[in-house]
Ligand binder design. Structure first.
Ligand SMILES: Nc1nc2c(c(=O)[nH]1)N[C@H]1C(S)=C(S)[C@@H](COP(=O)(O)O)O[C@H]1N2
Ligand SMILES: [Mo]
Length: 318
């Protein structure tokens, strides 16, 4: 979609190499840059796109992990606004319009506002982050996300010292999201939240792409959270609002079944879900007879994040 600007462009934007008229084209350019720097082959058609951004070393991303085949990640999704069926969201989610898209930033910040997504993205440096991802249901995958640290975005809007939590809200569009027309399972819109130190942690990213391309709609386009040391339900999709708060908000899964889905939801092989064990997991793509792998504490990111929870009783704060 072409964004036709009615007002004349300020000189700074005309000369700004980061400025693109088209979000998809802009994103593709960013993704190609990220892909090049990470060694993943860029999308061939993008070869002529300008490459104007260098990448940080990417020390937070384990390049030795083998990504799950993209087709599996795109065709086995959890997106309850559309369906409870993991295969059907691939098709159903295509009905969600994702361009144009605005992100509201509200609450305890110096610069609240409703920002066009393009404006926020063009100020960010895209990185590829290859992360393990673990759903609370016991399946796992490895995904090469493309995105940027949430903390970098939050810094641009200047959180106040009173901000102790950050909440995220998914778009409410019952006319295209059939699941939102019923309240039987979850309360809509889907809301998730982090403590501010979790939100500012450099592993916490907002993803706009995966596998070197724009994020598929079923995987949460145009903007989703990825918190690799927590169960997948924290990684909320299609975010339209980020709010900085003094107090912990009510979150969707915690509200639906507080004894099953804690606020923290840190991956923990020693704290069992009331209805199944969390001590092992099945990697997407593994054959039926492949033994399940052992679940890792904090999904393998303990070295980076354990300090956030020092002194906390993880059985109580699950
Ligand atoms: N808005 C929204 N976000 C969501 C969900 C959802 O149903 N709606 N499902 C969550 C769950 S349970 C998981 S495991 C992950 C799955 O991400 P994926 O479908 O891209 O693999 O998305 C999370 N984010
Ligand atoms: Mo999940």
């Amino acid at each position: 979609m072409l964004i036709k600007t009615a007002k004349p462009l300020p000189a700074s934007e005309i000369t700004d190499p980061l400025f693109f008229y088209n979000r998809r084209r802009m994103l593709k350019g960013m993704l190609a840059t990220a892909a090049l720097a990470s060694g993943v082959a860029p999308v061939a058609a993008l070869a002529a796109e300008p490459r104007w951004q260098g990448l940080p070393a990417g020390a937070l991303s384990d390049k030795t992990l083998t990504p799950t085949p993209a087709a599996l990640v795109k065709n086995y999704t959890n997106y309850y606004e559309f369906t409870l069926n993991k295969e059907d969201a691939t098709q159903l989610a295509q009905a969600l319009p994702t361009d144009p898209w605005s992100l509201e930033i509200a609450g305890e910040v110096e610069k609240p506002g409703v920002y066009p997504l393009e404006d926020l993205l063009k100020r960010q440096t895209m990185e590829e982050r290859i992360y393990r991802f673990r759903c609370v249901e016991g399946w796992a995958m490895v995904v090469p996300w493309v995105g940027f640290p949430l903390g970098n975005l939050l810094k641009t809007v200047q959180p106040l010292s009173t901000a102790r939590f950050v909440s995220f809200t998914t778009i409410l569009r019952p006319e295209v999201m059939p699941g939102q027309r019923t309240k039987s399972l979850l309360d809509w819109p889907y809301v998730e939240a982090l403590r501010i130190d979790e939100a500012m942690h450099p592993l916490t990213i907002l993803a706009v792409g995966m596998y070197g391309d724009v994020l598929p709609k079923q995987n949460g386009a145009p903007l989703r959270l990825v918190v690799p040391w927590k169960y997948g339900f924290k990684s909320i999709k299609a975010i339209i609002k980020i709010e900085l708060l003094r107090n912990a908000p009510v979150t969707t899964w915690n509200l639906s079944a507080p004894n099953e889905y804690g606020f923290y939801a840190n991956v923990n092989p020693t704290v069992q879900h009331p209805r199944w064990s969390q001590s092992s997991e099945r990697l997407l793509g593994d054959k039926l007879f492949t033994p399940r792998r052992a679940t890792e504490m904090y999904n393998g990111y303990g070295e980076q994040v354990a300090a956030l929870y020092s002194g906390m009783d993880l059985r109580r704060f699950y």
